[in-house]
Structures are given as structure tokens and as C-alpha cells.
Design a protein around this ligand. Structure first.
Ligand code: TRP
Length: 303
């Protein structure tokens, strides 16, 4: 973690690894974001999944194993757990051990027959799947448009890794946020209550706590920018003054107005996405969307 942080801050455009957003506090704040009135993705994806569930269930068939990449609190998962028939298992993968530990008993209570095998890890390097029936069809679940938080190289790595792990008859249920007006996008990433700002700044809180850094939390402000050329929302932390910060014995200088780029959230055009999917050995078998075309859920099979 220290090496990644030092490397990110050493560049001309300072960056921090976005996976560090999701410690226990960050995971809780993100759950709060998903309930914000401005944050349309979760609500919209939930509605799409609910409407698509019977069709997904029919296409997936009985006795599958569901593997979720970046499971968080497994909230949307419940729509699939309710709809899919005779599931052979559920494998939530998440970097937050805390979140997995908190979620498992809650899920088990509601799905007493379901074998649940949480795996702590970064889904980009798919950790080995626990011991489950090798004959069961494997279905990946990657909701929340988390694919939009990855760069091109990581998308390719993820899609190829998932293809390998899910096998030749594997399927992938993918949530993809669609390109739309910045008038909708910017508030979704900079809400009136400031929850998103707290989520972003929590990165600095975590680095202070875990790496003994001395970031002045009041000296950085959250900013959400629309980058049209790259079709993405960018999250930054803007230094409010000329200042310096010390981490692991190294000093980093910030000019007033200079930013740390903390996350990207790409917004897709489905035609463009098809090419990316094809390169990763997947193709669209079904496409579900909402009436406003804000978000989409795709069922992918192996190309
Ligand atoms: N996967 C979420 C998204 O791209 C992550 C996210 C939502 C996020 N709000 C954020 C990341 C604010 C950083 C800052 O929509």
C-alpha cells in the first residue's frame, strides 16, 4: 500500500489507487451514496435487474454458481438470489474482509439453504474459487458499472480472467452505466449532502491512519469533473493551499489548486463497448435497460 501511494503521488498528475477507497468506513459511505437521490445508478440498475430477473433466470437455468466481483453488502445480489433456481453456491469476492464478514450471516439468514463462500481479494486478480461442484455452470455478476472504474488494460485483464475462471459455458451479468448529460452526471458524483465528498476524502483519512501520513483533511476539497474526450467522470481532491504532506518519510508538495486524481467512472456507448467485450472473449446475449436509457444490464456469453 505504501509503495502504491508513494508512486501515485510522485507523478506529474498526482493519483491515489481507487481500491483504497473501500476500507470499512469507505464501504459504509459507499452504501450511503447508493441511496442518495442524485445517485441514479443503483436505483436504476436495481429496477432493471428486477424486471430482467425472470428472463435472466430462464437463460441461466438451474443449479448455477453465482460469483460476484466486488460484492460489497450484496444488496443487488438478492434480486438474483431470489430469481435463480436451485443455486449451487454464491461466491462474494471483495477487498473488504469486514464487509464480507458482516454480510454473510445476514444473507445466510434469508437464504438458509444457499452455500456461501466469501473470498477476500481483488477481483482483478481473480482469487481461486472455493471448492464447488465443477459441473455447475458459473455465472459472474459484476454490477454497479464497476467496469467503468477500470482502465482499458484492467478491463481486458478482468474480462480475460473472468472468462478463464467462469469456463466455456460461463455467463457474466454486467452492469454498465451509459453516456448521458453532465447535468445528470455531476450531481451524481457531487451530492448536496456531501456524502461523496466524505467518501473521497476518506482516502486521506485512511492514509493518515494506516501509513502515518499528515494530510490536513480540511485543506482538500472534493471535485467531480466530466471529461468529455474520455467519456468519464473524474474524481479529484483539490489542494486548497500551497502545502506539503509527509508520508513514509517522503515529502510531497502541493500547489494551491493542484489535484490528486482518485477515481474515474467511465460512461459507455454500447456499440463501443461491444468491441472491448469481443477483445475479452465475451459477447452480448441479452441487453436490458430502463426507459430513460440511463443504465444497462447485459448478459454476456463467451464469444
Ligand atoms: N462504481 C461507482 C461509480 O463509478 C463508484 C463511485 C461512485 C465513486 N461514486 C464515487 C468513486 C465517488 C469515487 C468517488 O459510480
Amino acid at each position: 500500500m505504501l509503495d502504491d501511494v508513494l508512486e501515485g503521488l510522485a507523478g506529474r498528475q498526482k493519483t491515489l489507487p481507487s481500491r483504497l477507497l473501500y476500507d470499512a468506513r469507505g464501504s459504509d459511505l459507499f452504501e450511503d451514496i447508493t441511496a442518495l437521490p442524485e445517485y441514479y445508478p443503483t436505483r436504476t440498475e436495481t429496477a432493471i435487474l428486477t424486471a430482467a430477473a425472470p428472463d435472466l433466470s430462464r437463460r441461466i437455468g438451474e443449479g448455477a454458481v453465482l460469483v460476484e466481483y466486488g460484492a460489497g453488502a450484496s444488496v443487488k445480489t438478492r434480486i438474483l438470489l431470489d430469481a435463480l433456481e436451485a443455486l449451487a453456491g454464491y461466491v462474494p469476492i471483495d477487498v473488504s474482509e469486514d464487509m464480507l464478514a458482516k454480510t454473510k450471516p445476514l444473507l445466510q439468514q434469508d437464504y438458509p439453504e444457499l452455500p456461501i463462500h466469501p473470498v477476500v481479494g481483488n477481483f482483478l486478480v481473480p482469487p481461486p474459487l472455493p471448492d464447488i461442484d465443477p459441473r455447475a455452470r458459473r455465472v459472474g455478476f459484476f454490477p454497479g458499472s464497476t467496469i467503468g472504474n477500470l482502465d482499458d488494460a484492467d478491463i481486458e485483464t478482468f474480462l480475460a480472467g473472468a472468462a478463464e475462471e467462469l469456463g466455456p459455458d460461463g455467463l457474466l451479468v454486467l452492469g454498465v452505466d451509459l453516456k448521458k448529460s453532465p447535468d445528470i452526471l455531476i450531481p451524481a458524483y457531487d451530492d448536496a449532502q456531501g456524502v461523496t465528498a466524505d467518501f473521497n476524502r476518506n482516502l486521506l483519512v485512511r492514509i493518515n491512519r494506516e501509513l502515518g501520513a499528515d494530510f490536513d483533511l480540511d485543506a482538500f476539497r472534493h471535485e467531480a469533473r466530466w471529461n468529455e474526450a474520455d467519456s468519464r467522470m473524474e474524481m479529484h481532491l483539490v489542494s486548497l493551499a500551497d502545502q506539503s504532506v509527509t508520508i513514509g518519510g517522503k515529502r510531497f508538495d502541493f500547489a494551491a489548486g493542484e489535484t490528486i486524481h482518485t477515481e474515474n467512472s467511465r460512461k459507455f456507448d454500447l456499440d463501443e463497448l461491444d468491441a472491448v467485450l469481443a477483445a475479452g472473449a465475451w459477447s452480448r446475449e441479452a441487453t436490458y435497460t430502463d426507459p430513460g436509457q440511463l443504465f444497462s444490464v447485459l448478459l454476456l456469453g463467451r464469444a
